[in-house]
Design a protein around this ligand. Structure first.
Ligand SMILES: [Zn+2]
Length: 439
């Protein structure tokens, strides 16, 4: 390692002992290509490896803290959200004074102030605001996201960055992605090597179709125990004022917690939701840093999977709803994956099908789950937009008409290539239309 005064100052004796003990020996868990060399290993960590953390929320805070303490210094974090008071119970890099400020900026400031030598660069942006040149600078992308669309978009970006020579994947073009996720009492961590192992789209049918739960939905359609507790905390408490006028709900007051617990149980019973405990109620109400254990576990796995270890192969599930249950399995690459297979997918329809059927299929199929696809095709040598979401009335009439037309009347034929763009991917996906006669 290049030893400069600056480095000596930042790398005081014993600072990295907890890391070097992994780097100075081989072992059954070490990667077969791992060269036992603490100097090279630490230099890679401290000076070379550029990590992008996507999301600075519940998972993102843990990720940043763990990465920084593990020795990673060149970290970028991207998040488009600002801090809300309800984040403070678990997103421990934020304080009350930070409410309203961008999560990425506050998280970066906190880590940079607390961990000497660590350089976290914040990006208060949407992931879609950056193009390939931004994502290409990283050696690994670690995601702590709560949105499936965002995950799919990042996945699509990393897949689009792959280059092939004579049909063979150029492995230097791979940027690995490590993806963590939590919901309720479940968590998962997975490693994706674009072009080599299963990508997000390969296993899309694992995700239930996502619905966003704004406040009005928590009020009318709760599905998790947390939704019931949130309902009682935000709506029922100020309305019923059980401990007197203008008494603020205090997560440290056992009487308050007991009241919320009881009301949440009643609400959960109405919707057949189980899993509300006193402990969970306390966790939702508390504003002291109590990161849920599943977040820590998933994030630890996320951080451990790279470095000198054999990478996780490739999907870990963690569940502490009833006792503790965890296992790993290998998610397989799908041969005809719309994102990473390089083969245009076939879309088979009866020849009597209408454009509407194609659109419904793109949105409703568990393997595609698109949100607002725009479909174009080359018909008689001319590029034609068959459908896109529009606000202009004249276009709307135009598309409504073509919507009801049978595919053949639009000039499309069997074997026709369709190009589909959607918010779930930065790439345009190619499909081949297969028409079955008769039906
Ligand atoms: Zn795939």
């Amino acid at each position: 390692m290049q030893v400069t005064d600056d480095l000596v100052e930042l790398n005081w004796q014993g600072r990295w002992d907890h890391i070097t003990c992994f780097l100075d020996r081989a072992g059954p868990w070490a990667h077969p290509d791992f060269d036992v060399s603490p100097e090279v290993g630490m230099n890679t960590l401290l000076e070379i490896c550029q990590v992008l953390v996507v999301g600075a929320g519940g998972l993102g805070c843990e990720l940043l803290k763990d990465l920084a303490l593990t020795g990673f210094r060149q970290i970028h974090v991207i998040d488009m959200d600002t801090i809300d008071v309800s984040n403070l119970n678990r997103q421990f890099l934020f304080r009350h004074k930070d409410v309203g400020r961008p999560k990425a900026n506050v998280a970066a400031e906190f880590i940079n102030n607390r961990i000497p030598g660590c350089k976290v660069v914040p990006h208060f942006k949407k992931i879609q605001d950056y193009d390939e040149s931004f994502y290409r600078q990283f050696h690994v992308v670690v995601c702590g996201l709560d949105s499936i669309i965002a995950r799919r978009w990042i996945n699509g970006m990393l897949v689009s960055m792959l280059s092939y020579k004579d049909g063979k994947l150029d492995t230097t073009s791979i940027v690995p992605m490590i993806d963590g996720g939590t919901e309720g009492f479940k968590g998962n961590a997975r490693v994706l090597l674009p072009g080599i192992s299963a990508c997000i789209e390969c296993t899309l049918d694992l995700y239930p179709p996502q619905i966003n739960f704004p406040m009005c939905t928590i009020a009318t359609m709760p599905r998790l125990p947390e939704h019931c507790i949130e309902y009682v905390r935000i709506l029922q408490w100020p309305k019923e004022e059980p401990f007197g006028e203008k008494v603020v709900l205090d997560g440290d007051d056992p009487d308050h917690v007991q009241w919320v617990h009881q009301k949440s149980l009643e609400r959960a019973a109405q919707y057949g939701i189980t899993g509300i405990t006193y402990r969970l109620t306390q966790g939702c109400l508390h504003t002291v840093p109590v990161p849920p254990p599943r977040v820590c576990v998933c994030v630890c796995v996320c951080v451990c999977v790279f470095s000198c270890f054999k990478p996780l192969n490739n999907y870990m599930v963690f569940n502490d709803a009833d006792g503790l249950y965890t296992y790993t399995y290998e998610a397989e690459q799908k041969e005809d994956c719309a994102a990473c297979s390089q083969i245009p997918q076939d879309l088979t329809f009866p020849s009597s099908a209408k454009l509407q059927h194609v659109l419904n299929h793109l949105m409703e199929s568990s393997a595609l789950q698109m949100k607002c696809p725009a479909i174009t095709a080359t018909i008689h040598g001319r590029n034609k937009t068959l459908y896109m979401q529009v606000t202009s009335l004249s276009f709307l009439i135009d598309f409504s008409l073509s919507f009801c037309l049978v595919i053949l009347e639009l000039g499309l034929s069997d074997g026709q290539e369709l190009a589909v763009a959607d918010v779930t991917s930065p790439q345009t996906l190619l499909f081949r239309l297969c028409l079955k006669s008769g039906a």
